[in-house]
Design a protein around this ligand. Structure first.
Ligand code: ADP
Ligand code: MG
Length: 610
């Protein structure tokens, strides 16, 4: 319950207006329910000719409000019977019942009407919060196993919150109001009987609550398993090519079925427990009614309560009308448990800490020269296993420095440390003498352009993909950038030119074309510092030439850190650093390194053998 209120306090405030309207109409509906049923008493009395007494009109204030209202109601009923006869009166009463019920259902519809924008709005908000947070979190948060899990939290769990917590939002206010209003009326009718009822109801409630607790635990397990399945699906979609090439279909199918079976087992248990709610509440409700019927009947037969038979029937009708909301409420409590489990999972993302923060007093570089310095840098993805060990490296302004080395030696990691995709564990990285941690993250990243091995493109037009990193780029600027990147010709030959949509991750383009688009993007951003991480290694030699040309134009006059797989592409670098197991083991120009006859020579020999 406490958790539920916490959720409301977090998400409801923007929708206060709707909440208030909802509550007003709920109260109205509850009172109309009472009065529509109150008409039943005189109907019964007319039918069974219980009341023979005659009534005088009572002026206001001559007795308590309750007595005056009841007395005058009987007085008018009596008058009607005189004027229209009992049958006519009965028909009029029935008509009154219909009208009251119409008003009641109308009010009840309006209450739902106003709760809906709140319900749908909160779900929209939660989805937005999660998305915003995902974009904000550092790259290090999303390891591959986690991506599917994040997806499942964003889709499955948010949907679960919508289906459980938000869909019960309606009842959460409606039912308690109905119950309270009815209980007050019941107290007015017979306090003895009502106290008896009040003792009974919590006992039934406690039994229901027990089962609910267990439900939450099972749901949590279920959602976690769902996350694993989503990860599995994501991985499969990404690796379908390899799965087929290695004839591994049966292997992945078996793995998926196993996980899915486990999910089946958990969701079966959850659903069974949940479907227990309905029969159990019905059973407990009927037992309660039976007990009240016996106890109340005894009170009337013994004459120890002020009630007569007609008002006892009215009492039972009202009591019955709180049984339903109470049942709904208990059912809602069940599904809320599932929603709370999902909320917990969504909160893991929403509350995830981002270690990459802006400093309190950010330093601003006014006139950037572009000197980059790695000073005794140590870093490990896992604190115990350093991937970069005490590396020092200086890149003078406008210089091109190349990192080469075996795969896994830490080259990409070195490049990722500069824009603070990860924070280093020891040493420091400076740009023009300013520690990167002392700069605003946005500003730091605005200094750099990236071109990676896999061109990262979005399912959008070519124009928007090139203009991705800058606000308000004009068509001419984009075309100019595309020309420098050797991309203009192939863009013009596509169906809609710059307005061509390139498909998911640019799947409708070849590797070389994708790469030239990402180079055009970097050219348009015009950053003083450039990071090229194996930008040409995924390409065939034909497109490599075009890309290499584009890159060389891009690198002019910029401080560049280039990571290269093919050594032929970096022969002209001012400095080549050879990395081996997280350390720079050799550095110098191409010729100097060859003269050393060490790691570099071996790398060169390995490549020329191909
Ligand atoms: P390179 O680019 O030289 O091939 P990387 O910098 O990508 O090498 O990787 C260096 C080491 O760090 C490797 O041992 C790799 O397994 C590890 N590594 C790379 N990325 C991650 C990551 N996101 N989480 C954990 N370990 C990683
Ligand atoms: Mg790499």
């Amino acid at each position: 319950m406490k958790e539920l209120w916490a959720i409301f306090r977090r998400f409801v405030p923007p929708y206060k207006k709707y909440l208030i309207l909802n509550i007003i109409f709920n109260i109205l509906a509850a009172f109309l329910t009472l009065f529509s049923f109150a008409v039943i008493i005189p109907i019964l009395e007319i039918l069974f000719k219980i009341k023979e007494a005659s009534y005088e009109f009572m002026p206001w204030g001559s007795a308590s409000l309750k007595d005056v209202v009841i007395n005058n109601f009987y007085y008018y009923t009596q008058q009607c019977i005189y004027d229209w006869g009992p049958i006519g009166t009965l028909a009029a009463m029935a008509g009154l019942l219909v009208v009251m019920t119409m008003l009641k259902t109308g009010a009840s519809y309006l209450s739902s009407y106003f709760v809906i924008p709140m319900r749908a709005g909160i779900v929209r908000d939660i989805r937005n919060y999660v998305y915003d947070k995902i974009v904000y979190l550092p790259i290090g948060y999303f390891t591959n196993e986690r991506k599917g899990d994040v997806m499942s939290r964003m889709t499955g769990d948010v949907a679960e919150i919508e289906n459980s917590i938000m869909s019960t939002l309606d009842m959460i206010f409606k039912d308690p109001i109905m119950i309270i209003v009815c209980l007050i009326m019941m107290l007015v009718l017979s306090w003895q009987l009502t106290i008896f009822v009040l003792v009974l109801l919590p006992i039934a409630g406690t039994v229901m609550g027990r089962v609910g607790k267990r439900l939450k635990r099972a749901s949590l397990a279920g959602q976690n398993q769902w996350g694993l399945l989503m990860s599995n699906i994501e991985e499969t979609l990404g690796g379908l090519r390899i799965i087929k090439a290695f004839n591994a279909e049966n292997k992945v199918i078996a793995r998926f079925h196993e996980g899915n079976q486990e999910y089946y087992r958990i969701s079966r248990a959850v659903a069974r427990r949940q479907s227990l709610a309905h029969p159990m509440s019905e059973f407990l409700g009927t037992i309660t009614i039976a007990i009240v019927l016996v106890f109340g009947g005894t009170l009337i037969i013994n004459g120890t309560s002020g009630m007569n038979a007609a008002s006892f029937i009215y009492y039972m009708v009202i009591f019955y009308s709180i049984i339903n909301p109470a049942k709904d409420l208990s059912k809602a409590m069940y599904s809320i448990q599932r929603g709370l489990a999902s909320m917990e999972r969504v909160d893991v993302i929403l509350n995830a800490a981002n270690p990459i923060q802006d400093p309190a007093n950010p330093e601003v570089i006014d006139d950037l020269k572009g000197e980059i310095k790695y000073d005794n840098v140590t870093f490990g993805y896992n604190k115990d296993v350093p991937v970069i060990k005490n590396v020092s490296l200086t890149i003078e302004p406008g210089q091109t420095v190349a990192l080469v080395g075996q795969s896994g030696s830490g080259k990409s990691t070195m490049a990722d440390l500069l824009p603070r995709f990860y924070d280093i564990d020891g040493g420091k990285i400076t740009i023009d003498g300013h520690n990167v941690c002392d700069m605003r993250v946005r500003e730091l990243r605005s200094l750099m352009g990236n071109v990676n091995q896999e061109a990262i493109l979005f399912n959008d037009t070519i124009f928007n993909n090139i203009a991705f990193g800058v606000m308000h780029a004009t068509k001419d600027e984009v075309i100019a950038a595309a020309k420098i990147a050797n991309a203009h010709d192939f863009i013009m030959s596509t169906e809609d030119g710059y307005d061509t949509v390139i498909g998911d991750r640019g799947c409708r383009l070849s590797g070389g074309q994708r790469q030239r688009l990402s180079i055009a993007r970097a050219i348009l951003k015009n950053p003083p510092i450039l990071i090229l991480d194996e930008a040409t290694s995924a390409l065939d030699s034909e497109s490599e030439k075009l890309v290499q040309e584009a890159l060389e134009r891009l690198m002019q006059d910029r401080t560049t850190l280039v990571i290269a797989h093919r050594l032929s592409t970096i022969k002209n670098a001012s400095l080549i650093c050879v990395m081996h197991e997280g350390e720079i083991v050799e550095s110098g120009t191409h010729d100097e390194l060859l003269a050393l006859n060490g790691y570099y020579t071996r790398l060169v020999e390995m490549q020329s053998m191909k």
